[in-house]
Design a protein around this ligand. Structure first.
Ligand code: NDP
Length: 255
């Protein structure tokens, strides 16, 4: 049989923030491609339920409840997954949050929380995973960036800064880890109807702007992100590293 380079057969994929929204869709997509999936989130019940839901679909899945902003907890869980399940081949740094306020009144505590959750966490989680990957000279990391890695928008300055930083963390890690056999890429979603965008989904003015601003003229469906993650995680992308794949209906390539 001719090998399928997109096949993730048996590889272990840890997807942070995968108990709902984009992360859940990525975990499902990786699972459909054959990966054994570790579902993460802070909410224990929701994370266990998301893992059970994948298992019902025939995907080998387990829950790992930890806060990605807690480096100690992340390292402990990652060591446990490696010991109990096997080598983590694929890490998707997806957990993220957003907070909106004009810069004049943006609370500093919220600034720190956004930077910790969206940017610092990718370092906290990647570091222990990379320590395991380096001796094996094998692994793929996918960071969930954003169109806001590239574009500015009012009232979300910390979010934009965090996602711009994550794009450059991706490139820095790719440069450092290329010689060690580990690839690091990003996917950059446009706009998707998740809890993170709850306020925007309800706002007809925003939806009007979005459909005009996006060449494909609509919101994305979270399932439309999975192919990009599967590709970047798989051997089909064996010579691809340091790249950001925009899945945004053309938003960042048009004015
Ligand atoms: P949701 O709010 O729907 O989901 C966020 C997920 O992250 C949840 O599973 C949540 O679980 C988890 N999470 C949040 N904080 C933490 C934490 N500290 N530790 C562990 N898990 C955490 O958001 P989306 O699915 O929309 O977003 C996913 C990613 O995609 C984010 O990085 C976001 O910035 C990015 N993105 C989203 C876009 C969109 O249009 N929706 C566009 C561009 C990028 P729990 O609450 O249980 O911890």
């Amino acid at each position: 049989m001719v090998p399928n380079p997109f096949d993730l057969g048996g590889r272990i994929a840890l997807v942070t923030g995968s108990n709902r929204g984009i992360g859940r869709a990525l975990a499902l997509g990786l699972g459909k491609a054959g990966a054994r999936v570790v579902v993460n989130g802070r909410g224990a019940a929701q994370t266990a339920a998301a893992a059970a839901e994948l298992a019902e679909l025939g995907i080998e899945a387990r829950a790992a409840v930890f806060d990605v902003t807690d480096p100690g907890a992340a390292a402990r869980e990652i060591d446990r997954i490696e010991a109990e399940m096997g080598p983590i081949d694929i890490l998707v740094n997806n957990a993220g949050m957003q907070q909106r306020a004009p810069i004049e009144t943006f609370p500093l505590a919220a600034l720190r929380q956004v930077m910790e959750t969206n940017l610092m966490s990718a370092f906290y989680v990647s570091q222990p995973v990379i320590r395991h990957m380096v001796p094996r000279a094998r692994g793929a990391i996918v960071n969930v960036c954003s169109v806001m890695s590239e574009l500015g928008r009012p009232t979300i300055v910390p979010y934009t800064a965090s996602k711009g930083g994550l794009k450059m963390m991706t490139r820095g890690l790719a440069a450092e880890l290329g010689p060690k056999g580990i690839r690091v890429n990003g996917i950059a979603p446009g706009y998707f109807r998740t809890e993170l965008n709850e306020a925007l989904v309800e706002d007809p003015e925003f939806s009007g702007w979005l459909t005009k601003r996006t060449p494909m003229g609509r919101w994305g469906d979270v399932e439309e992100l999975a192919g990009a993650a599967v590709f970047l995680a798989s051997d089909a992308a064996s010579f691809v590293t340091g790249q950001i794949l925009y899945v945004d209906g053309g938003m960042t390539s048009a004015v």
